[in-house]
Write a protein that binds this ligand. Structure first.
Ligand code: PLP
Length: 342
């Protein structure tokens, strides 16, 4: 859970709707794809930030990123041999989601800086590759993939599409897009690679994880865009994700330009990075999200986790994220706790 509460604009919007509107206006089903006003607000916000030309027909409102991802996997996976490439370290739910939607997860290891290793990726792509998923800023590592790495990724995926005569979709899982503490740029991947599908949620950026609100973006330039969008509608229906919460669709429309206050996360991150670096730990470039990934001295996250527990330090072993030498720290907690932990 984010430790920073939702911005006051969110509560103000909720109060305003409840006081001024009839309950029917915020408790009813919206259309399956989402309210037109909300989808238009999302499209315009993206256009303003990334110079794109989206409209509401590119946006499908969802019950958070987990729904966005499950729906997208279900829409793209047609057969048990269909493969989705995942790069370590990764959010462990991807395996559950991909296999749950009937596909095969193909896990690849990153380079020494935890960026995408093109030589490794090239070998992993086959004629059965339906999609690849990336998450930047990353859970668990807090890293942001550099633009040069992502340009190389776009080139490689395009090359492989030509070689196999297939479409390889790039799913970008972006719940941490707004949580950035450095000058690192979070690239809007559709501007580099047309077959990108963006899965977003406001769980972290507006601290609303329990409200289940997010979207899927299918750019018009993507191969088979209209069919993919229709398949997303069918998948959402079949999975039972019918209608993203109506009240929160209204809240999002009203709060679309509200930005998170990163002061506390940044402070926590700085304290941890400084303390850990001084103690000799190698910390992966901690640019975003609210996690740090540290290489353990014994090169074994499980052993380190047991050792840390003796000091009342709760860390998550890296094995579940595909990187067994590491552990993850989360700094979405009180600053006093972070100071004590160091
Ligand atoms: N993707 C990543 C990388 C996450 O870390 C999380 C939640 O922690 C999710 C997706 C799921 O987010 P949501 O709460 O919006 O379903």
């Amino acid at each position: 859970n984010p430790s920073v509460p939702a911005p006051h604009q969110v509560q103000d919007a909720i109060k305003e709707f409840i006081e001024k509107l009839e309950p029917k206006a915020y408790h009813s089903y919206t259309s399956a794809v989402g309210d037109n006003g909300t989808r238009t607000a999302v499209a315009e916000n993206l256009n303003k930030r990334y110079g794109t030309k989206y409209d509401m027909n590119n946006i499908f409102m969802t019950c958070g990123a987990a729904a966005s991802l499950n729906i997208t996997f279900k829409a793209l996976i047609n057969a048990p041999d269909d493969e989705i490439i995942v790069v370590a370290p990764f959010f462990p739910e991807y395996k559950v989601f991909i296999e749950g939607q009937g596909g095969k997860m193909v896990l690849i290891q990153p380079d020494a800086d935890l960026n995408i290793d093109m030589a490794v990726l090239e070998k992993a792509i086959t004629k059965n590759t339906k999609a690849m998923i990336i998450n930047s800023p990353n859970n668990p590592a807090g890293i942001i993939y550099p633009e040069s790495n992502l340009k190389a990724l776009a080139e490689l995926l395009s090359k492989k599409e030509k070689e196999f005569g297939t479409s390889i979709y790039l799913i970008t899982d972006e719940p941490y897009r707004e949580l950035v503490y450095t000058d690192d740029k979070v690239v809007h991947m559709p501007t580099l690679y047309k077959n990108t599908i963006v899965c977003y949620s406001w769980s972290k950026s507006l601290s609303l994880p329990g409200e289940r609100i997010g979207y899927i973006l299918v750019p018009s330039e993507a191969d088979d865009s209209k069919n993919v969008y229709a398949a997303i509608g069918g998948a959402a229906r079949c999975l039972g994700y019918v209608c993203a919460p109506s009240l929160f669709q209204k809240v999002i429309e009203k709060c679309i330009d509200v930005e998170p206050d990163l002061t506390v996360y940044k402070k926590n991150r700085d304290i941890l990075v400084e303390g850990l670096t001084a103690a000799g730990y190698r910390v992966a470039n901690p640019a975003g999200a609210f996690y740090l990934f540290i290489e353990t001295p014994e090169k074994d996250g499980d052993k380190f986790y047991e050792r840390a527990k003796k000091y009342d330090l709760l860390v998550v072993p890296g094995a579940g994220f595909g990187s067994k030498e590491y552990v993850r720290l989360a700094y979405c907690v009180d600053t006093a706790k972070v100071e004590k932990a160091v």
